[in-house]
Each structure stands twice: as C-alpha cells, then as structure tokens.
Design a protein around this ligand. Structure first.
Ligand SMILES: Cc1cc2nc3c(=O)[nH]c(=O)nc-3n(C[C@H](O)[C@H](O)[C@H](O)COP(=O)(O)OP(=O)(O)OC[C@H]3O[C@@H](n4cnc5c(N)ncnc54)[C@H](O)[C@@H]3O)c2cc1C
Length: 375
C-alpha cells in the first residue's frame, strides 16, 4: 500500500493472487485472478475492519458515479478493441493472400453442356485461381478494409469533439454515441470471421501452428467478449443509443447515409448500391419502430444481437458506398480491388439483414420464451 504521497508504506493490502488464467489466445500477456479481502494479508490501517481483514479501496470522484467515469475511458477503448480486431483480420488476409498465390492445388473447372471436365495431365493451378478462394479473399477484404474505414471515421469523430465548432462537436458526439457499439462489435465478429476464412484458405496447414492464422483467430476471439460482450453491445444500441435524445443520434446518422447515397447516385456503377443503401436504411428504421411498438423492453430486446448485426451491416454498407464514391478516377489494381470489395459487400453481405430484421421487427420470442427444461 502507498501513503498519500504515493510512497510505499511496507504494508501489504489484502489482495491475493488466486491463480493464472490459461487463455485461448493473447498468450503474450499474463491474466490473473485476484481475490480481494479474503484475509490472506492482515491490513493494520484505520480503513480496515477491526480484525484487520478486508482489502482497502480508494474512492475516485463522487460516490455512485463510478460507471459514468468509467465510460469516459470506455468509449474510446471500444474503438481501440474494434481497431485491434480489424488489424488481426488484416494480418490474416495478408497471410492467406500470400499463401493462395503460392499453393498449387487442383485444376481449373472446364468443360461444357453441364459436364465438368478435369484434365489430370494439365499442370495444377495456384489456389488463388479458384473462384471459391477468391470469394474468401474478397470477403476478408470487404470485412477488414471496411472495418478499418469505420474505425478511422470514428477516430476522426473523437477528434472533432475537441476541435470542431460547437455544432460539429455536438454532431460528432451524437454520431459516436450511436456508432461506438458498432465500432466495437462489428469488427469483433466479422474480422474474426475473416480469420476463420484465412484458416480455410490454408486448408489443413491453417489448423496447425506452422502458420500464423490459427493464432490470429484465437487472439481475435477475445474481442467479442471483453470491453462489453456482443449481447451487451446489442442492448446498448437498441435499448439506449437509438432511443437517446428522442432518436436524435440515429436520425443524424440516417441523414449522413442519405447524403452519401445521393452523392453515389450520380455514378452509374454505384446507383444500384445507393438504392440498396436507402432501402436497407428504411428497413432498419421500420424494424426499430416495430421492435419498440409495444413499449415492452423484454420484447424489443429479445433480438438485440440480430439487430446489432443488421445495424452493423447497414453502417458498413454506408462506409463502403462512401469509399466507392470518394475514390474515383484512379485506374489501378488497388482501385479495382476496392470497388470489387464494395460490390461484394452489397451482393453477398447486405442481403443478410432481411433475416436478422425479420425476427427483430416481429418481436420473435422463440428464444426468449423457451423454458429452461426444453433446452
Ligand atoms: C483475456 C481477458 C482479459 C481481460 N482483461 C480485463 C481487464 O484488463 N480489466 C477488466 O476489468 N476486465 C478484463 N476482462 C474481463 C472482461 O471484461 C469480461 O470477461 C467481460 O466483460 C464479460 O464479463 P463476464 O466474463 O463476467 O461474462 P458475463 O457477464 O458472465 O457474460 C456471460 C454471457 O452472458 C451474457 N450476458 C450477461 N449479462 C447479460 C444480460 N444482462 N443480458 C443478456 N446477456 C447477458 C453475455 O453477453 C455473455 O454472452 C478480461 C477478460 C479476458 C478474457
């Protein structure tokens, strides 16, 4: 323990090391379980119980306001978690891209008239030439580069809270309130999925420790758990953030999305995506209203995670449309890749929101009402 000058007093606080956590990933850091006040160390100070047991704690700030203080730190920490998930996703993408360019296996699909012909005499191709490998690479690219753009956008909003005009700073605050659960949860889920695809591209080697991708997945699996689990993020979004200040934050976000859709409509190759974004925004808005139409939190929040997933996909569709509309005119393979990742997101990912929103909008109680005995 320390005195008020911060110097060691030589008195040991009653905090005991119960053991180490043996983790799935993040093995470069040590996690421990601490027991407070179990009586292992007697603390002879005025603050303790008369028998000398009990750990000494210190009040920071005013009583009853601890959670509020913690969230000063937590909101930016959650963007940090999203960024960590993103970069692990990126690492897997780079590793699987390099592997796919080098690994020879299989032959191209050939033939015609509903018959696949494979000529064993032909040389094998590298797996990056197979459509399914390209699908898994493009999925990773759309998840990870989209997530990176989202995290950078949120980081800019954090800055604008301090540097913008009063009006801009307040808008940045509102947008961050709504976007923080997405910035935390979306990369945690989908860049983890990217890591799973990176393992898949490596085939059997992906499941071994000879290649780094299994570690990326193990490390990334933490991100849906710490700093607020997925379930907690879902309830924060649907139970708090979309309702706060009479929906002001979510309306502002919707207006930003519509502005992007309007800008993108001017480009013929983006017009369909602009329309799809507008339709998705409408569906999410409707589902939000339906979820709360009975005013019963148990019904509204029964499907908070599917709501979080649909909202997250809507946000990422917006981000990708903004990226597509902003990076024009450059004729390079990188630009082709970016546009392809955006199209991938609109064609393979955005349609998933219908299934998620159906259970939200119908206030489906299949899970919530099931008795314990039925499991
Ligand atoms: C490697 C590692 C490092 C960590 N580092 C730190 C650290 O430095 N500092 C720190 O303070 N903590 C740390 N943690 C703790 C971490 O923040 C918690 O594990 C996490 O917040 C989840 O809490 P929990 O483990 O108590 O799970 P629980 O709260 O028991 O959750 C279990 C499950 O129940 C769900 N659930 C819980 N409540 C509800 C509800 N009301 N409605 C619906 N579903 C619910 C959750 O979503 C989850 O799926 C660390 C954890 C790990 C694994």
């Amino acid at each position: 323990m320390v005195n008020t000058e911060g110097q060691l007093t030589g008195v040991r606080n009653d905090v005991a090391l119960a053991g180490l956590n043996h983790k799935c990933g993040w093995r470069g850091t040590t996690n421990t379980l601490l027991n407070f006040g179990e009586g292992k160390f007697k603390v002879a100070t005025d603050n303790t119980a008369s028998d000398g047991t009990g750990a000494v704690g210190y009040l920071v700030g005013e009583p009853g306001r601890g959670l509020g203080y913690m969230f000063h730190m937590m909101n930016e920490a959650r963007i940090g978690v999203g960024l960590a998930a993103t970069m692990l996703g990126m690492a897997g993408y780079e590793a699987s891209l390099a592997y796919a360019k080098n690994r020879p296996q299989g032959r191209p699909v050939a033939g015609g008239t509903q018959k696949v012909v494979k000529d064993a005499a032909q040389a094998q191709v590298r797996i990056i030439e197979h459509a399914d490998i390209k699908r898994m690479l493009l999925a990773q690219k759309s998840y990870c580069e989209g997530a990176l753009a989202l995290e950078l956008y949120c980081a800019r909003l954090v800055d604008e809270q301090h540097t913008g005009s009063v009006e801009n700073a307040d808008e940045a605050r509102l947008l961050l309130e709504v976007l923080t659960p997405i910035a935390k949860s979306w990369p945690s889920e989908w860049c983890l999925e990217a890591n799973s695809l990176a393992i898949q591209i490596h085939g059997g080697y992906g499941y071994t420790r000879d290649f780094p991708v299994e570690q990326y997945w193990r490390d990334n699996r933490l991100n849906m758990i710490h700093e607020g689990t997925h379930g907690i993020q879902g309830m924060d979004l649907l139970g708090r953030k979309v309702l706060m200040e009479e929906g002001k934050g979510v309306k502002l976000l919707g207006a930003r999305m519509m502005a992007t859709a309007h800008k993108a409509q001017a480009f013929p190759d983006l017009a369909d995506n602009a329309k799809a974004l507008t339709a998705a925004l409408h569906k999410v808005t409707q589902a939000t209203q339906s979820a709360w139409s009975t005013g019963q939190p148990q019904e509204a929040l029964a499907n908070a995670v599917p709501y979080l997933q649909a909202f997250g996909h809507l946000v990422l569709a917006w981000i990708w449309l903004d990226v597509s509309a902003s990076c024009r005119g450059e004729n390079s393979p990188q630009q082709t890749g970016r546009q392809a990742a955006a199209h991938y997101f609109y064609r393979y990912e955005l349609p998933k929101i219908d299934a998620w929103l159906n259970v939200v909008g119908n206030r489906d109680m299949t899970c919530a009402n099931l008795s314990e005995e039925a499991f």
